[in-house]
Design a protein around this ligand. Sequence first.
Ligand SMILES: [Zn+2]
Length: 280
Amino acid sequence: MDPLAKAAALCATLAALSAAAERGSLPRAVSPQASETGGVDDALSSACPAGTLPDGNACVPVPEQAAGAEELSAEQNTHRDRLGRWVVYEQIPRRPERPADYRAYRYPVPLRDGQRFVSSGYDLHLPSASQRRGAHLKAVGHGGIDISQARGTEVRIVDLEHQVGDAEVVLSGELFGNSVVTRHAVREGGQLREYLVIYGHLDGQAPGLRAGMNLREGSLVGFVGDSGSPGDVHLHLEVRRVRDGVAVKGLAPRQLVHNARTVVCDPRNVLPLLNATRTP
Ligand SMILES: [Zn+2]
């Protein structure tokens, strides 16, 4: 079919569909906002200008909700593993409004000017063929950010965006080489969600660090190294959202990164922005 005929056919189809909708022969879309605005007086609600909500007899401005505070949704993807099997997994891709440039964020290690610091970025949202793979790599695809830094560089905790309270150490031991895993409560979509941050391939953990400790922003978690990735000194930084109802305390290290318990997330969704003003 030539392009013009194709366009004409499409127009005809759309016209027929909208006519059907007007006759009521197609189901009406239900507004997903319905439940969120439940309880608001409709008459007053419509009398209040955009960006405000009725409060008694007045219209008050709605507190501006930062983009990252909305509920993140997981998507399904697949890739072919090193044994040739298709693996289906869930992952939370970067929200479009979060900067793609890795330099826009604050990390647990300092970045040097001009340094090509990300040697491998998050790629689990990409088609299988575009994901990281290679003979020397244990995993197909990459659910984190590899940050090149000198051996022994201090790794210090950063608070995630919309984090509530301190982080808690969940693991100080073996996972991706010497690793530390911290748990963070994050306000998201009007509720608290739990996220794990994984610091992998450490030269070692901070002295005295153990599961159950609370850590404030800036606390030392360990030192950059190449444990589990000999010759490739870097920090593997991975973020995972804990599934509803899963208690991560006491889980075996491999269970912390199991798709049934936690969903891998593009770290850029929750890492603090470099230029953001810190909320107290
Ligand atoms: Zn990595």
